[in-house]
Design a protein around this ligand. Structure first.
Ligand code: CU
Length: 140
């Protein structure tokens, strides 16, 4: 049963990848993926490779003040995702976000089932108020 063997092996590999993806430390050297600006913030998505790719991704969300370019605490941050699918409900990927240990930096991870045009909505609620910024980002 070659097919069955192949599937079992794939599940084992997928399981190993998921386990190794549990470390929540932000990437050591992060490159900018995309930056969007609001009145108060320049909000950047960053990752080790400077891009998002199909499958499991870890990236960081950085909030900087537009007045002095310094990282600034945005309070509670969530990231929503969706991909428009012709003739179907949009595809979504849950994105886990947690504070990355220094002000204005948040570690995020999510698993994208398809490459293509995704929309990310970064929401914040904290000392500087609340808001949302939309990123239209290509997932390779
Ligand atoms: Cu899709």
């Amino acid at each position: 049963m070659r097919t069955h063997t192949y599937i079992t092996l794939s599940l084992l590999i997928a399981g190993t990848l998921m386990t190794s993806g549990c470390n929540s430390a932000p990437p050591a050297a992060a490159k900018e993926i995309q930056t969007e600006r609001t009145k108060d913030f320049a909000i950047s998505l960053m990752s080790e490779k400077g891009e998002l790719a199909m499958g499991q991704n870890r990236f960081i969300v950085v909030f900087r003040s537009t007045s002095n370019n310094q990282p600034v605490d945005a309070g509670t941050v969530t990231v929503g995702s969706s991909m428009a699918m012709p003739g179907m409900a949009p595809m979504t990927a849950p994105i886990e976000v947690e504070p990355a240990g220094s002000p204005g930096q948040y570690a995020a991870k999510g698993d994208f089932a398809m490459s293509g045009a995704w929309k990310f909505e970064v929401r914040w609620d904290g000392p500087a108020g609340k808001g949302v910024a939309t990123f239209n980002t290509n997932v390779r």
